[in-house]
Design a protein. Structure first.
Length: 576
């Protein structure tokens, strides 16, 4: 139930003039996750450990102090067709200090400030065309010689690919959708030279610690992490395996949701997901894969587990899994090595060996011609461990049972991104076009019924609240069904107005719902239905229902509200 590498200079000669847009941060916090976004290709606030009273990095639950990220950044690797040079452009790299404008590895610079919009009518950023309860849109590029507005040179300017990235992120406040933020990267080749064999990924330093209660600093803060990967959900995750501070035991994760790619040679637009392998191969394209990689911040003796040293090394990490199955004599030998590797990641934090940095990459895309774009969408997802693991003994536990809520939350991120694409194949199949517009619409979530129109009339010691039937015609955007179920009526307690939020602690006064089904109490509406709809002078609304609160203290302020609720839908994980 829901309620209300070197490139030819001539190849880049036609790049647009560089906009002088300053660096900005913006915060997602409409739900129960606080996530800092930037207009420079990276996500998070790297100094959150040293300054926990500032904006969160990737906090869940909101205002808890439990952080899940040092820094994440977009990586794009490609071969420049005109020269054969391989380059990786990155929004963040393994750096103890985090972002520094113009530094090597921080190669994206702003070309647009943030735009904030909301689909919530009560929001000051309400916009009818908004996608979510909190949309943040910005853009950046790898084409700058100098950091905008400064004389600071951008490192490795000669290695630019000529890319513009439009970044769109979405967050929601409904209880089933408040644990994730979805980020889409729309990447355009703005150079005059084609790019081949492209990989797109998110570098991430997932660190789960309570910054309000821990006393650890330096490497002791970063080395307590347990890590893992959910292959079927394309998800890299982390948890606090060894920190001794009082905290809520949680997971922080980055999951690849999908993307779009139009092959310039065939004109085919395809949904970029490993399960679409057959469609790619039928079109003569390399099948996409998602590659999880990790490496130690320091101290590794194996080159594959050390920080990448150059673009070739970075590109190899994006394109090649570890361990690589091709290097083993038998499949069983590979499976054993993979199991041992995940044990190392999972258990290193118990003994202070968990300072791992990660990469979740997708590709290859065959080519990106001048002016052509591709998209890649990821989600930042958080979850609690179950109640039985909310203790010190539960910190290092990482099992299918401990990940139950994490998997549920990832599922909701996937459903939200999938929208009408119920079978997640990137096609608008029969029965999926809920709104009948002939287009596969994404970013749809179950919505509560529309709020009814409400009017309040006062009398001595009495308040009568009236409402109309407009909520009863609400159609759910995911199921396409008229799923209105009933009304709940709330009233604040005496003196609650002193807090400035009289409805914050409102109590449920009554509930009325449709009879003759398996939802709710089947009370019907006879107790509140008016014999005939009522109108008031200067108000043409046809009020069909009324409920009276008696025995109120005159002169005191009360808050009353009427909410409409639906019947839920077990098919999409909403209980009745």
């Amino acid at each position: 139930m829901i309620r209300a590498l070197s490139l030819c200079l001539f190849a880049l000669a036609a790049l647009p003039a560089q906009a002088q847009v300053p660096f900005e941060e913006a915060l997602h916090n409409v739900g129960n996750v606080g996530l800092t976004m930037t207009n420079a290709g990276f996500i998070g606030r790297s100094n959150v450990r040293n300054s926990p009273t500032g904006a969160p990095s990737f906090e869940y639950p909101l205002n808890s102090g439990v952080e899940h990220l040092f820094e994440a950044g977009l990586w794009i690797g490609a071969v420049q067709r005109s020269t054969g040079r391989l380059t990786v452009r990155s929004g963040a790299i393994s750096s103890s200090g985090g972002y520094r404008a113009g530094a090597g590895g921080y190669e994206m610079n702003p070309i647009a400030p943030f735009t904030r919009r909301s689909s919530l009518p009560q929001s000051p950023f309400f916009f009818p065309g908004a996608t979510s309860h909190e949309d943040l849109t910005t853009a950046y590029a790898d084409t700058f010689r100098l950091v905008p507005g400064t004389q600071t040179p951008v490192a490795d300017f000669g290695e630019r690919l000529g890319l513009k990235v439009e970044q769109k992120s979405y967050a929601y406040s409904f209880p089933f959708a408040e644990t994730f933020v979805i980020v889409t990267f729309d990447i355009t080749n703005v150079s005059e030279s084609a790019l081949d064999s492209i990989y797109v990924g998110l570098y991430h330093d997932l660190v789960v610690r309570n910054v309000n209660t821990t006393t650890d600093a330096g490497s002791a803060f970063f080395n307590k992490g347990g890590l893992g990967y959910l292959d079927s959900l394309y998800t890299s995750y982390a948890f606090n395996a060894g920190g001794a501070e009082p905290t809520i035991n949680t997971y922080g994760a980055i999951t690849y949701l999908g993307g779009t790619y139009t092959d310039a040679q065939t004109g085919n637009e395809l949904f970029v997901i490993p399960s679409n392998r057959d469609r790619f191969e039928a079109a003569g394209l390399p099948a996409p894969g998602v590659t999880p990689r990790w490496w130690l911040f320091s101290g590794a003796t194996d080159p594959d587990l050390s920080r990448p040293q150059d673009d070739l090394d970075r590109y190899t990490r994006m394109a090649t899994p570890f361990p690589d199955s091709t290097g083993f004599p038998t499949q069983q030998a590979y499976r054993d090595a993979l199991a041992n590797w995940y044990t190392t990641l999972r258990e290193g934090g118990r003994t202070g060996q968990g300072n791992w940095l990660g990469m979740t990459a997708v590709g290859p895309y065959r080519s990106l011609e001048p002016g052509q774009s591709l998209t890649a969408t990821f989600a930042f997802v958080a979850a609690r461990k179950p109640d039985g693991l909310q203790n010190d003994a539960g910190k290092p536990v990482d099992t299918e049972q401990s990940r139950t809520l994490l998997v549920d939350n990832i599922g909701w991120a996937r459903r939200t991104f999938g929208g009408e694409d119920r079978n997640y194949n990137g096609e608008l199949d029969a029965g999926e076009d809920v709104n009948g517009n002939g287009v596969l619409d994404r970013f749809l979530i179950p919505e509560p019924p529309n709020a009814p129109n409400v009017r309040v009339e006062l009398d001595a010691g009495q308040v009568t609240v009236y409402w109309d039937r407009s909520a009863e015609a609400s159609r759910d955007p995911v199921t396409g069904e008229l799923d209105f179920e009933g009304y709940s009526i709330y009233r604040s307690v005496l003196g609650a107005d002193r807090t400035g939020d009289p409805l914050g602690d409102a109590i449920l006064a009554a509930t009325f719902d449709k009879p003759g089904n398996t939802s709710g109490f089947n009370t019907g509406f006879d107790a509140v239905a008016l014999p005939t709809p009522r109108t008031f002078e200067g108000d043409t609304t046809q009020y069909a229902y009324a409920y009276t609160f008696d025995g109120l203290n005159s002169g005191w302020q009360y808050g009353v509200s009427v909410t409409a609720f639906d019947s839920g839908d077990e098919r999409v994980g909403l209980p009745q």
